[in-house]
Design a protein around this ligand. Structure first.
Ligand SMILES: [Zn+2]
Length: 462
């Protein structure tokens, strides 16, 4: 068996679609599964692209990384959150360890690798790069090669996937995916490598853009709509690209196909800050006439106890004495206040007054460490059936259109995991794989000792 490993990362590919009825029509995925070890990947809390891929590649939880989402608090001041990038990640990745052992990696599109850092190999960074004018590859010259391979228009990510221009979005996603796989095949066949990894963002974008059209249980589904099969057809297309890619490699190469989290239909949004306003936890200087993003300058801080952030999940921040500049919650009451708030959020019902099964996490209970500034609470509204809407001005708590543009999907806790041609794992489906076990399993594949700081352990045959 080969001692080379190829990873095909498919952001947001979800078990109920990949392993469901459509599997019959995906010969390459089927082949990888039948000769491999497969199942669901249990993602990070929260199951979000940033930090999930980085947690997978470092075997560190988001608290240890100090990265709780795309945007994080810089300090306890009242200010906007900052966008995370690779400079904020101190933990060593799989390819850092491989480089130290003189093994060469080629990386394409792995989230949170911008700005690119040196490694033994080649790195094309990912969608947090501000554009193609910057150096987004290592070495920087590789950018020119990449452009040449794809005919001059490599797409880092589709622009504005929350759009009503559905046909243009679909075409852009296909163009992005096609060029990424083409670039990957070029890297695989022209470079020397021991470890290769790509991540394609297309499945995430297509889920968010087209979920309502294909899911007959979605509130907005219309039978016979023109986009009925968009997600289905795209899954089949991914299967073909995977087949074409593996064709360029020897049969005995080891292959992982993995996603960072799953997807599910979104029932609606819960306006978390409207909920706080209604309960006198949040006071605005003036209530906006139309839905508006909540900014720190809009808040009457001496009269505010809590504020929240929107996104696929909610983050709650408490205004605590001796911590925030104008804190109102006495620090000795922090814990009891936070537990009461947790209860209150857990009991927010749907628009008909029915319970929705919200889960609320305390960071110190789900992370081994809490580096930088964690949110005070992490909230899965309706266990991620509902999104968190951070905007204010709705005059109600439930909304049924996403407040940041058309989007009918939310993230789900479980993604997919397939390892074909592993020397020890053998075959079998229905496994549950922790995202933290992926990096140690990769190091183990190369017989590299697992560093103590990694929290996972290598997968082994049950
Ligand atoms: Zn993702």
């Amino acid at each position: 068996m080969s001692n080379r490993l190829v990873v095909i990362g498919l952001d947001c590919v979800t078990p109920q679609l990949l392993y469901g009825d459509w599997l019959e029509e995906m010969p390459h995925i089927r082949r990888l599964m039948s000769g491999g070890y497969s199942g669901n990947l249990i993602s990070t809390i929260p199951p979000i692209t940033v930090p999930a891929w980085m947690s997978m590649m470092t075997s560190h939880d988001p608290g240890m990384l100090g990265c709780y989402g795309f945007r994080n608090r810089k300090s306890y001041e009242y200010e906007d959150l900052y966008i995370t990038n690779s400079n904020h990640i101190e933990a060593k990745t799989v390819w850092n360890h491989l480089s130290r052992h003189r093994l060469r990696s080629i990386l394409l599109g792995v989230p949170l690798t911008y700005p690119p850092k040196p490694l033994n190999g080649i790195l094309v960074s990912s969608f947090l790069a501000p554009g193609k004018d910057v150096d987004f590859t290592y070495p920087p010259e590789y950018k020119a090669t990449l452009e040449e391979v794809v005919g001059g228009d490599y797409i880092i990510d589709v622009k504005n996937f929350r759009t009503t221009h559905k046909e243009r979005l679909r075409d852009q996603i296909y163009a992005m995916t096609e060029r990424r796989f083409k670039a990957y095949r070029h890297m695989l066949t022209t470079e020397d490598w021991d470890f290769a990894m790509m991540v394609e963002m297309g499945p995430d974008r297509i889920h968010h853009g087209f979920w309502r059209y294909g899911d007959s249980e979605h509130r907005l589904y219309e039978q016979g709509n023109p986009y009925q099969d968009v997600i289905h057809d795209y899954y089949l297309y991914l299967d073909q690209e995977i087949g074409r890619t593996l064709e360029t490699l020897p049969d005995d190469v080891s292959v992982i196909v993995v996603s960072d989290h799953g997807a599910k239909g979104m029932k609606g949004g819960i306006c978390i800050n409207e909920f706080l306003i209604k309960n006198d936890f949040l006071k605005l200087k003036s209530y906006p006439k139309e839905p508006t993003r909540l900014r720190p300058h809009m808040i009457d801080w001496p009269k505010t106890k809590v504020w929240g952030e929107g996104g696929y999940y909610a983050r709650m921040f408490m205004n605590v004495e001796d911590r925030e500049p104008q804190g109102t919650i006495p620090s000795r009451e922090y814990d009891s206040f936070r537990r009461d708030l947790k209860q209150m959020i857990q009991s927010i019902p749907d628009s008909h007054g029915e319970p929705i099964g919200t889960k609320v996490f305390l960071p110190e209970e789900v992370y081994r460490k809490c580096k930088n500034i964690p949110p005070d609470l992490i909230v899965y509204l309706g266990d991620l059936d509902w999104r968190s809407a951070g905007t204010v001005g709705h005059r109600k708590i439930h909304i049924f259109e996403n407040d940041t543009g058309p989007d009918d999907a939310n993230h789900a806790q479980e993604g997919i995991f397939i390892w074909h041609n592993h020397p020890k794992l053998g075959t079998g489906g229905d496994n549950k794989v922790s995202i933290y076990d992926v990096a140690p399993s990769i190091l183990d594949f190369y017989s590299i000792p697992i560093p103590d700081e990694m929290v996972g352990t290598p997968l082994h045959h049950a």
